[in-house]
Design a protein around this ligand. Sequence first.
Ligand SMILES: *Cc1c(COP(=O)(O)O)cnc(C)c1O
Length: 239
Amino acid sequence: MTDRKGELAANLAQVEDRIAAACAAAGRKREEVTLIVVTKTYPASDVRMLSELGVRDVAENKDQDAAPKAAECSDLPLTWHFVGQLQTNKVRSVAGYADMVQSVDRARLVTALSREAERQGRELGCLIQVALDASEGGRGERGGVGPDGIEELGELVAAAPGLRLAGLMTVAPLTGVYAGRELAAFERLMDLSTDLRRAHPAANMVSAGMSADLEQAVAAGATHVRVGTAVLGVRARLG
Ligand SMILES: *Cc1c(COP(=O)(O)O)cnc(C)c1O
């Protein structure tokens, strides 16, 4: 095993221990939580090693970085999640490799994703990104729709050809009433998920929690955690 692969294996084992402990503490089964490794800013060679180490879900947040990496790794049995703010002029590219888009936060994006999914004959799973710090009717600083916008956007996605409404995603807010209260934020996301599932029972994915707060996300009931730093190391550049 190369040094890098050994490092990734050790980090993965630590994250796995954390998830297992959080599941046990919450009385949840380990299988209820899926680890998504956020590989942004790291090379395709790392993605390949992660795949060899058993990782099945990876996430990226910038199309420029993700598109060539996904192409290089197209032979691997991976599910690709797009988790970054998405401009409509990148939708054509993203729809070519992403299996899930976790950052759906406005109607125009739904229309563009649907058109491209149809054109490319692909089905895209969509999560609505919720900004728990958004003002009423507003959007979050780092993307996301406020809680009052979920229902309408959910209907749009559910009705859009080529798209499948899969659930909700959030990033713990740095400002507003939930700043520093990750567990409360993720519990609020769970309540919003319960509301969404009344109309859309299959939209049962809840993506929350990163390296610093995955325990709180698992405690709240998240089905997916998105972990970058704890597996790959501290990123050299912003991403
Ligand atoms: C970078 C990123 C993560 C992972 O963050 P870490 O702190 O590195 O674990 C999770 N979700 C989103 C949306 C991200 O952009």
